[in-house]
Ligand binder design. Structure first.
Ligand SMILES: *[C@@H]1O[C@H](CO)[C@@H](O)[C@H](O)[C@H]1NC(C)=O
Length: 301
């Protein structure tokens, strides 16, 4: 699933082949072989150290540069007032929380495309939840269809957006409601927004059974691009934001809310440390996908 490829030609190979072309006689005399190997090592010690370091570096690289895509919880946040975000849903597999999501109508949930591995994986949606351990007013709804963005691939973080059509329309009430989407245009940098989720409380810590939330401020796209690099960050389809608190593993798919509008879908963070200032959280920019969304939902609010 990691799509980083290492060009094998980049790895210099030691020129040990001379040993394999030696006459058989020579190989019988192990003392010679060891002594010659030792001499070879001494002569080429720097070269060998470089190879070993390169191999070590190559094995570490995916961990250093890759980003978490599944299961992004909120760090440094606080517990949300129960049911203050009635659009929030928990996306579950075998009754276990895997991602966030949000209602955008009484029939559709928006989430991140990476939250679903494809058929035959079956997800359910828990609506009206606050504490996932106690279902007071919450209930599960089955998903009728998974509408992953056609240009999303597991090999990139691009177009990380998905719609879930629910098996039945949900009844709207104080605990279950949808959130509006942006009409058009970009949210500018330096806007105070918020995120919420049931994801991890610390990078390597536990997830939360209660919905957590944090404030976060959008960053202008030049700075996002500089911090992430253009391989990961695409200004036309992503937003990045940073705050005292932020998303972590398990929060993917939840909304970036600015004012009363969902402007982004939580997509990826640094796998090394959630909410690192040098790697601000990245969200799929909803306004870039409005025509695609309207194909499925015409009467969107
Ligand atoms: C977010 O900011 C608002 C307004 O400044 C504040 O009232 C609220 O407590 C903050 N929320 C969190 C989770 O820090």
């Amino acid at each position: 699933m990691y799509c980083i490829r290492f060009a094998s030609s980049l790895m210099p190979r030691p020129t040990l082949h001379s040993y394999f072309t030696l006459p058989p006689m020579y190989l019988q005399d192990l003392k010679h072989v060891w002594r010659d190997t030792w001499l070879y090592v001494q002569e080429h010690i720097v070269f060998i150290m470089i190879i070993i370091s390169l191999l070590l570096l190559a094995s570490l690289l995916p961990h250093l540069t890759f980003t978490a895509r599944v299961n992004v919880d909120i760090v440094n946040g606080k517990e949300a007032k129960p049911h203050s975000r009635p659009y929030m849903v928990s996306l579950q597999k075998d009754k276990k929380h895997i991602c966030g999501g949000f209602l955008i109508s009484d029939e559709f949930v928006m989430t991140a495309a990476h939250c679903w591995k494809g058929y035959p994986e079956i997800l359910t949606v828990e609506v009206g939840a606050h504490d996932l351990w106690k279902s007071e007013v919450s209930y599960h709804v089955e998903v009728k269809s998974y509408i992953s963005h056609p240009h999303y691939t597991f090999c990139s973080q691009w177009n990380d957006i998905m719609l879930l059509r629910l098996q039945e329309k949900v009844k709207l009430n104080d605990y279950v409601n949808w959130i509006s989407l942006p009409k058009e245009g970009d949210v500018s940098g330096d806007t105070l927004c918020s995120v919420a989720g049931w994801g991890r409380l610390r990078t390597k810590g536990p997830t939360s059974n209660r919905l957590m939330e944090a404030n976060t401020t959008t960053i202008n796209h030049e700075e996002c691009q500089r911090k992430w690099g253009s391989k990961y960050f695409q200004a036309s389809q992503m937003i990045c934001a940073y705050g005292h608190g932020g998303s972590c593993l398990g929060d993917s798919g939840g909304p970036l809310v600015c004012g009363n509008t969902a402007v982004g879908v939580t997509s990826f963070v640094s796998v090394i440390r959630c909410n690192a200032p040098e790697r601000p959280n990245v969200y799929t920019k909803i306004s870039a996908y409005l025509p695609w969304i309207h194909q499925f939902i015409r009467n969107i609010k």
